[in-house]
Design a protein around this ligand. Structure first.
Ligand code: PLP
Length: 381
């Protein structure tokens, strides 16, 4: 049908109409009384979503920009840092910290593995680190790490813990204060149901006190923190995106964070159950924590890129392919943010048709039922 499109990637994600409407409001001046209440409410809602009493810094930048703020503020040349990676984004942070001159100890897992807190503990016994850098939800593989024990391992060794929660914040539990997370980075275009363009960085007192000597200006935490405290943004923010994010966070908090976490667990269950019923092999872990994106291996003889292309050409449906070494091998179904179970059944039905087109031997007509049943089944613990 002309004009009907489906966005089923793990970011950017579909944006609710109320949020789109807010972004389409006439532009207001960022230092005027038209903007300040929106800014204030948005920052307060961000603290609620991050579950922190501390400052949440808001940058007009993508998630990588917000992450770079953490690197620029915490890394001084020659500092020892431990970067834990198990996929594309962890590797990006290893490269970025190294680019700022950090002496990087890279605890590198194969793509698709889940980091083990005991390994972090062992590495920190061998070598001190100023900070441990971890990815909560590794979007390239679908692995969601068990964040609390990873943070505990860093804390025990006296290191700061910096978390990439770009694709998890608002979808999977991330207790900034209760788990002692020093820095939590996210972006507007994932589970926060807002267009791309805002980067979020929750920062602890300890992290603010540990800033180093790398050159920085736009991303200087202290400059942004002071400006936000007066509701007088340091630079011109994307006022339209802040207005949209404010509405989106309102929707999320109205649903309730616990209900949203529960919904995401069920969406993940539904996607995995449907894929398995079709006879497909999961690449992402078959566990409740894996609630952000379901990564599926392309069946024997099928290039995953052709599945992505087939969905786009036949149904105007965008899903994600594999990144880096997983290109052509997996395809990924995103389910964060403004998603319900019928988004899952729609994508499963389309995947089934496209795989059949491509000559794959899949079980027809069972995925949707399996997904619906998995969504409804046993309560989330
Ligand atoms: N980290 C993770 C886990 C992501 O999924 C992404 C985006 O795909 C990023 C970082 C980078 O964010 P952005 O593309 O907003 O710069």
């Amino acid at each position: 049908m002309t004009g009907k499109k489906y966005l089923f990637t793990p970011g950017p994600t579909p944006v609710p109409p109320e949020v789109l409407a807010a972004t389409a409001e006439p532009i207001v001046h960022h230092r005027s009384p038209d903007f300040r209440p929106i800014y204030e409410r948005c920052l307060a809602r961000l603290r609620e979503v991050c579950r922190t009493e501390r400052d949440v810094l808001l940058f007009t930048a993508s998630g990588t920009g917000a992450f770079e703020s953490a690197v620029a503020n915490l890394v001084s040349p020659g500092d020892p840092h431990l970067v834990v990676s198990c996929g594309n984004f962890g590797e990006r942070w290893a490269a970025m910290t190294a680019a700022y001159g950090a002496d990087v100890d890279h605890l590198r897992y194969a793509w698709g593995e889940t980091p083990d807190p005991e390994d972090v503990r062992a590495r920190l016994r061998e070598r001190v680190a100023k900070a441990v850098w971890v990815v909560h939800s590794e979007t390239s593989t679908g692995v969601v790490s068990d964040l609390q024990p990873l943070a505990a391992a860093a804390k025990e060794a006296g290191a700061l813990i910096v978390v990439d929660a770009v694709s998890s914040l608002g979808a999977v539990r991330c207790e900034t204060d209760a788990w002692g997370l020093d820095v939590v980075v996210s972006g507007s275009q994932k589970a926060l149901m807002t267009p791309p363009g805002l980067g979020i960085c929750a920062v602890s007192e300890a992290a603010l006190a540990a800033t180093g000597t790398s050159p920085r200006y736009y991303f200087d935490w202290e400059r942004t923190r002071k400006a936000q405290a007066k509701l007088d943004a340091a630079f011109t923010p994307s006022v339209s995106l802040v207005a949209g994010l404010d509405v989106a966070l309102g929707l999320l908090l109205e649903e309730g964070l616990e209900a949203a976490f529960d919904r995401h667990v069920r969406l993940g269950r539904a996607a995995r159950a449907g894929a398995k019923a079709m006879g497909l092999e999961l690449f992402s872990p078959d566990e409740d924590r894996s609630a952000v994106v379901t990564a599926i291996r392309a069946p024997e003889g099928v290039d995953a890129g052709d599945v992505v292309k087939g969905l786009r050409d036949r149904f105007a449906m965008t899903i994600a392919g594999g990144q880096g070494e997983l290109k052509g091998k997996i395809f990924r179904l995103g389910h964060i943010g403004w998603f319900d179970v019928f988004d899952i059944t729609t994508m499963l039905a389309a995947v089934e048709l496209v795989l059949t087109d491509l000559g794959a031997d899949v079980e027809r007509g069972v995925a949707v039922t399996a997904a619906l049943e998995a969504y409804e089944r046993a309560p989330v613990a």
